[in-house]
Design a protein around this ligand. Structure first.
Ligand code: ADP
Ligand code: ZN
Length: 214
């Protein structure tokens, strides 16, 4: 099973990806996580990407494509879910070429649709585990102990790009560069729409139904 999950920041891509990984035993390839790991490990890639993430801008295509390509080429026979990539038409075109070379066609491109207001409140209240990446929300999904991950006990952090000043820019960039990929995957007959403004479990059940079809 090879999937792509699309959605504006806060749409729930990471949450649904984690569930799909458990369900299908596929690999979660999150470009945002790859960048954040590179930044915290202070690698050359991390140093190049940091300013873009801090501002909520897209990292240039050549850097991003190179990074994801390496992961895809190292997958062996395992399937994958791409989360956060592709984000531009150029990235989508590069992805087609890489996937052809490793004979791993996309089965489905999921588009999570969430209202702007809901996105804002999700992002402003979002807290993530600094170690395992588990996602919480201060109002709708608080951890048992404030500021501490239920799963691994590590501190929760407010992502620097989840500050209100940066969120607006990320949402704009999504509209400008990534939303057009909907028609790109429509043309390949791969896209399906899922309403993401419902309970996590319901969203997941619908995704399972849609991805189980082929
Ligand atoms: P979200 O989808 O919630 O905005 P991500 O964790 O997917 O968050 O991405 C965080 C940041 O990483 C983006 O704002 C951008 O700076 C960078 N990034 C991630 N994926 C890409 C990509 N495919 N192309 C360019 N920049 C990217
Ligand atoms: Zn944790």
């Amino acid at each position: 099973m090879n999937l792509i999950i699309f959605g504006a920041p806060g749409a729930g891509k990471g949450t649904q990806s984690a569930k799909l990984v458990d369900q299908y035993g596929i690999k979660h390839i999150s470009s945002g996580d790859l960048f954040r790991n590179a930044i915290s490990n202070k690698t050359e890639l991390g140093l190049r990407a940091k300013g873009f993430l801090d501002r909520g801008d897209l990292v240039p295509d050549d850097i991003t494509i190179g990074m994801v390509k390496e992961v895809l080429q190292g997958l062996g026979s395992q399937g994958f879910i791409l989360d956060g990539f592709p984000r531009t038409v150029k990235q989508a075109e590069a992805l087609q070429i890489v996937l052809e070379s490793v004979s791993k066609p996309i089965d489905l491109a999921l588009f999570l649709i969430v209202d702007h207001k809901v996105l804002l409140s999700r992002l402003v209240g979002r807290r993530v585990c600094s170690k395992c990446g588990a996602v919480y929300h201060i109002d709708s999904k608080p951890p048992k102990v404030s500021g501490v991950c239920d799963l691994c006990g590590s501190p929760l952090v407010h992502r620097p790009d989840d500050q209100e000043s940066v969120i607006a820019n990320r949402l704009e960039k999504y509209q400008e560069f990534t939303a057009p990929l909907r028609s790109y995957y429509d043309n390949l007959n791969l896209s399906v729409e899922v309403r993401g403004d419902r309970e996590e479990k319901l969203v997941f059940e619908e995704i399972l139904r849609l991805s189980g079809k082929d």
